[in-house]
Design a protein around this ligand. Structure first.
Ligand code: KPL
Length: 294
């Protein structure tokens, strides 16, 4: 049994995959949710009739997946903590960074898996799901227990191909660099990801990636600025036609994940006494945009 928290785009995509794989799943929701979801995947159109569960029931077994916005992760763990038995493995699936120390303290015994995916999905309307790109998933355990191989085999079928990493922090920081470049720049300039390949953005992308490589090296994560820069440019090219999640958040006047992306870089810069003016500037600009509508 898999429990999926919330019916965001990735939550619904996971439900659809469970349906295809004939995995027993529930989506935990607080509010009235659509009985049918019209799904447009890369290959076909289909109707998903999701299985829902009210948020008050106890969760005793199976993966407990949190495909949420980064700023919703810790409040959700606080909310479900008393309903989760200590053996239930959690899967944190989000953009940006969250405070892992706080999560490990909130849940002192549960196995915790962290994953990042490049699948593209959005909800064109309340009862719709558009899957815009088949991506790949990278995962690793923040806290493991000996008998989690079975869970690992289930998880890797959900958003394949899935690669496993002992040093998941390295992966999360590299994804953070991609998000720190693409998300704020596309939101501020109101452009699709591909526009960022143009010359005027180059010096900012160089600056943002230089600062993040310096921070990574300071916390003993081996990387070069050139690697981060090349990886960002490759993702810009690969997702050229897409609008980033932050661009969409701004367009629909929703809270963005800027605190967990550029904001995280800024807070690490302060903690390590490393100046991060490029990231700080992007952080301030997105915060300013948010103040117009939040
Ligand atoms: O993860 C993304 C996002 O939009 O949040 C990227 C990789 C930038 C793709 O758009």
């Amino acid at each position: 049994m898999l429990t999926i928290v919330g019916n965001g785009a990735i939550g619904n995509l996971l439900a659809l995959q469970c349906h295809h794989l004939q995995f027993d799943y529930r989506i935990v929701v607080r509010n009235q949710s659509p009985s049918e979801i019209r799904c447009q995947t890369v290959h076909q159109q289909e109707i998903l009739r999701p299985v829902y569960q009210r948020s008050s029931d106890t969760i005793e077994q199976g993966l407990f997946i949190l495909p949420l916005k980064a700023y919703q992760i810790i409040p959700a763990i606080g909310q479900f903590k008393s309903q989760l038995s200590a053996e239930v493995p959690l899967v944190l699936l989000h953009n940006g960074m969250v405070d892992h120390a706080q999560i490990l303290e909130l849940l002192p015994n549960n196995p915790i898996l962290v994953a990042t995916t490049s699948y593209g999905a959005f909800k064109p309307q309340y009862d719709g799901l558009n899957v815009t790109g088949i991506g790949a998933t990278q995962a690793g355990w923040l806290r493991n227990s000996d008998d989690n191989l079975g869970y690992q085999q289930v998880f890797e079928k959900l958003l394949p191909p899935c690669s496993w990493h002992k040093d998941i922090l390295q992966i999360l920081w590299r994804k953070l660099a991609v998000n720190s470049v693409i998300n704020p720049l596309t939101a501020i300039h109101n452009v699709a990801n591909g526009e960022l390949a143009k010359q005027p953005y180059r010096s900012t992308i160089m600056g943002v990636t230089k600062e993040i490589s310096t921070l990574m090296n300071a916390v003993n994560l081996a990387v070069t600025q050139q690697e981060l820069f090349a990886n960002c440019m490759a993702i810009i090219e690969k997702t050229a036609g897409n609008y980033s999640s932050m661009h969409q958040d701004v367009q629909y006047k929703r809270k963005t994940e800027i605190e967990n992306i550029s904001g995280y870089v800024v807070s690490q810069g302060k903690q390590l006494s490393i100046p991060v003016p490029f990231n700080n500037e992007l952080f301030e600009q997105v915060k300013k945009i948010e103040t117009y509508y939040l």
